[in-house]
Design a protein around this ligand. Structure first.
Ligand code: ADP
Length: 611
């Protein structure tokens, strides 16, 4: 059965111990909960003895006042227990929720800190699951498992002692059914772990299918795949149904099974105990109390059995969470990093070599790959070879070349999103690996191909470029790029909500917003991944004007797809298989009749009629 258990790398206790540090800030409240738990557990244990007294001293001796006293005492104990439980439960949930909120925040902050290479190797769904599912398992664990395990153990021990004290022979007789109960519980636990895992997997497949279809609805409908998707969804949801039914069937065996066994216990006590009472060896009150304890006896056993699973689950979830929290970003400020002063924009690459690596520790895999290097990273592909490049202040560099030539990689190195294995990159003579990431990146503005708009107002999207920009500055920037024209014609102007991904705006409008955002940031260096999709001619002209305004007086790296941009660039860099194979102006390169000339003839020339 061990293959059903998640394989854990760290000792469970170590994981749980570290997780407990998240509740440390609430230790006084937890102490309060423990005190309350002692009180409520004692109340639970005392109640049957009060009934015993009510029967033995009240009923049996025909003493009304004793009967009344014990009944009232019984009531009071129950009320204390109920109130205590309420306060205790609320505080347990409070601690659980607070601890989980801080875990979620820590995870999210960690994601923000990690290098982009981390995200190359982890699926968004997996990273989300840490914050949603794993955090939920942990919350359950923190809220219920720890406290309830203590309280169940205490109650169980109390009941065993009391039963033995009341009548040890009868108690021992009753305990004979415990093995049956334990066997049933263990069997159930094993089966249910497996079946509930099947349910979780099936649910996962259903939601993945759902997500894929919703996100790709355009493709689904464009290719008229509705029928096929319908069939697929029918299959996965039927699988989920069957898995759930199998799990529920198990529960429908377990619950009555436990009931029957405990009723056998009741029958034993009633039979043997009743005989004792008739023989005058035991008081009727004791028998009743015995029966009441018996009733309470099995709950903690069942509870403890179920907690074992929660411990396992929490340890697995906790391990996944700690793996993320323990991941250290590989690219960080050097210990002696300086603040890069406001630069003017000269850029130089000196013999830069780069290849992508897999991070040292992946969330999902176990051992490091055998082919890995001694530091645990693994080279995945060789991408840039001996890149040397000088860019003058304010110059526009157009990067051209086939897909996969290394253009995007080259510009990513500028923001130190990846670190070259050798060589240097200098901004105004400062080696960028020796300055703080913050001061470096704040001098670069990115205009990505997919504009990366957030689901908020246009104004807030623009302000993302510079958080302290005033409304006037935002509008001035928008006028400069020409975005103001269309924004002011929208019903709510700058306060128009952009849908997720900006789907209600045209491609050209999104680009203009993206340009404006970059302009507002007022960086020394611009990195622009030009959109490949062409826009209509009027917008094309607008776009060129906006672009000219944005690039004016700044150093720019443009992954160029438009002939008009390339023609205007001060320097065209032609890349092939990670090397710079040609450089010069558009005219010079045309005359050279090399790779650029081929690209021009096959891909770029056709644009002349457009622009
Ligand atoms: P371009 O922008 O010219 O199309 P890229 O810089 O995107 O080229 O890619 C250069 C090479 O690096 C390609 O072979 C590509 O498969 C590889 N590559 C790009 N991004 C990554 C990444 N994040 N991890 C591993 N390999 C990558």
């Amino acid at each position: 059965m061990s293959d059903d258990r998640p394989k854990l790398e760290r000792p469970v206790l170590e994981t749980l111990g570290r997780l407990l540090t998240f509740v440390r800030p609430y230790r006084r409240r937890i102490l309060g909960i423990l005190v309350l738990m002692l009180i409520t557990s004692s109340c639970a244990l005392i109640a049957p003895t009060l009934v015993r007294q009510a029967i033995n001293r009240g009923l049996a001796r025909d003493d009304r006042s004793a009967l009344l006293t014990y009944s009232v005492a019984f009531l009071i104990v129950l009320i204390i227990q109920a109130v205590g439980l309420r306060v205790q439960l609320y505080n347990m949930v409070w601690v659980g929720q607070h601890a989980i909120m801080s875990i979620r925040q820590r995870l999210f902050f960690k994601y923000l800190d990690l290098n982009l290479s981390y995200f190359d190797h982890h699926r968004v769904g997996d990273l989300m699951a840490r914050i949603t599912e794993d955090s939920n398992s942990l919350q359950n664990f923190i809220t219920w498992a720890v406290i309830n395990t203590i309280s169940s153990s205490l109650t169980l021990a109390g009941i065993i002692v009391l039963l033995l004290v009341f009548n040890w022979q009868l108690a021992l007789l009753t305990f004979t059914i415990v093995p049956a109960m334990a066997a049933l519980t263990v069997w159930w636990r094993r089966q249910s772990t497996r079946r509930y895992r099947a349910v979780r997997e099936a649910v996962g497949v259903v939601s993945a299918t759902l997500q894929e279809n919703l996100a790709g609805m355009r493709v689904v409908q464009a290719f008229v795949r509705e029928y096929g998707e319908e069939q697929r969804f029918r299959t996965v949801s039927t699988t989920e149904l069957n898995a759930s039914l199998r799990a529920d069937k198990l529960a429908s065996i377990f619950m009555p099974g436990i009931d029957i066994i405990s009723q056998v216990g009741v029958a034993i006590v009633l039979g043997f105990g009743g005989a004792r009472v008739l023989a005058g060896e035991m008081s009727p009150g004791t028998l009743v109390a015995f029966l009441m304890y018996l009733n309470m006896f099995f709950d903690p056993i069942r509870d403890l059995a179920m907690r074992l699973d929660q411990f396992q689950e929490a340890a697995a979830a906790g391990e996944r969470i700690l793996t993320v929290l323990d991941t250290e970003p590989e690219i960080v400020d050097a210990p002696d990093a300086i603040e890069l002063p406001r630069i003017r924009g000269a850029v130089e690459f000196r013999h830069v070599n780069f290849h992508y690596t897999r991070p040292k520790r992946l969330l999902t895999d176990a051992p490091a790959p055998a082919a890995g290097k001694s530091d645990g990273t693994e080279q995945v592909s060789d991408v840039l070879h001996d890149i040397s490049l000088s860019v003058a202040l304010g110059q526009t560099v157009a990067l051209v070349g086939h897909t996969g030539a290394g253009k995007s990689t080259l510009v990513r190195l500028l923001g130190r999103f990846y670190e070259p294995q050798s060589g240097q990159i200098l901004f105004d003579g400062y080696d960028i690996s020796r300055v703080t990431l913050r001061s470096l990146r704040s001098q670069i503005a990115w205009v990505p191909q997919d504009t990366g708009l957030f689901a908020t107002t246009i104004r807030e999207n623009l302000r993302y470029g510079r958080l302290d920009a005033t409304d006037e500055e935002i509008e001035a920037a928008a006028r400069a790029t020409g975005a103001h024209e269309f924004i002011s014609q929208l019903p709510k102007g700058y306060d128009t909500e952009v849908e997720e991904g900006g789907s209600r705006l045209s491609a050209g409008q999104r680009q203009l917003i993206s340009f404006t955002r970059a302009l507002l940031a007022d960086p020394a260096i611009i990195i622009l991944d030009e959109a490949t999709s062409s826009v209509d001619t009027i917008t094309e002209l607008q776009m060129q004007a906006a672009l000219a305004r944005l690039l004016e007086g700044r150093t720019a790296f443009v992954i160029a797809h438009r002939l008009s941009t390339i023609v205007r660039a001060g320097q065209v860099i032609v890349m092939d298989h990670g090397r710079i194979v040609e450089r010069g102006t558009h005219q010079e390169l045309l005359t050279a009749r090399g790779l650029y000339y081929d690209l021009y003839m096959t891909q770029l020339q056709g644009q002349i009629s457009e622009s």
